[in-house]
Design a protein around this ligand. Structure first.
Ligand SMILES: *[C@@H]1O[C@H](CO)[C@@H](O)[C@H](O)[C@H]1NC(C)=O
Length: 214
């Protein structure tokens, strides 16, 4: 899917408009009204909050951008699928956890800096089951200077679906002592047929007992 960048003026207007609505799906906690910019590949940007992208669009981690980035802050980011059906109940799957993000003041982009914390969850692209539409929510939090990764969440860092299943962001936020999210955003992906090259490493390593769920 090819998309051209919107003219700067229009983009500015959209950014202002986006600050007055919640940036996470209705009913989801935590939430924030500040928009987190997502750019996949060179120029794939979800055109509106909650808009569908394809598996192929989202095969690698997005570039994150923040309008009012704070020069001295360090951030950490998550991406979570909140529509996973497992054993007849809905649960969440961690797709990405990236700490130690530093702002590029010129562009507002958040770039991985030298690591001060070891744990991270490598990005795994969306691959929902055929015929289902899942919501992928991205969150940005301020990473405190004395941040310590909560050890009990280490099991979620492995790049497999069984390891990532059942991740509870609220519990992580509590355990890590984080403040509310600085920004958030979400998009959707519909499950499609076929083994395209976009299939993420995570979906390739899924175990057969989870196959029908993703
Ligand atoms: C996460 O945990 C909190 C309490 O620890 C609970 O209230 C909430 O329902 C959980 N969220 C999910 C999606 O399971």
């Amino acid at each position: 899917m090819e998309q051209t960048l919107l003219p700067t003026v229009l983009l500015a207007v959209l950014m202002i408009a986006k600050t007055v609505q919640g940036q996470t799906p209705p009913g989801l906690s935590p939430s924030t009204q500040t928009h987190l910019g997502l750019t996949f590949g060179k120029d794939i940007i979800p055109p509106r909050l909650g808009c569908p992208l394809t598996k192929a669009d989202t095969t690698s981690a997005p570039l994150l951008t923040l309008h009012d980035v704070s020069r001295d802050s360090t951030y950490l980011a998550f991406m979570i699928d909140i529509d996973v059906l497992y054993q007849c109940s809905t649960t969440s799957l961690l797709h990405w956890y990236e700490p130690d993000l530093k702002p590029d003041i010129e562009t507002g982009s958040l770039v991985a800096s030298h690591r001060t914390t070891s744990a991270r969850a490598e990005y795994g692209g969306p691959a929902p089951p055929l015929g289902t539409m899942h919501r992928y929510v991205s969150f940005l939090f301020a990473q405190p200077p004395d941040y310590v990764f909560p050890e009990q969440f280490m099991r979620f860092m492995a790049p497999t679906i069984p390891a990532r299943l059942g991740f509870n962001l609220s519990q992580f936020v509590d355990a890590a002592g984080l403040d509310g999210p600085v920004a958030a955003s979400y998009f959707t992906v519909e499950g499609s047929e076929g083994t395209d090259v976009a299939e993420s490493r995570m979906s390739v390593t899924k175990s057969s007992c989870f196959r029908t769920q993703f």
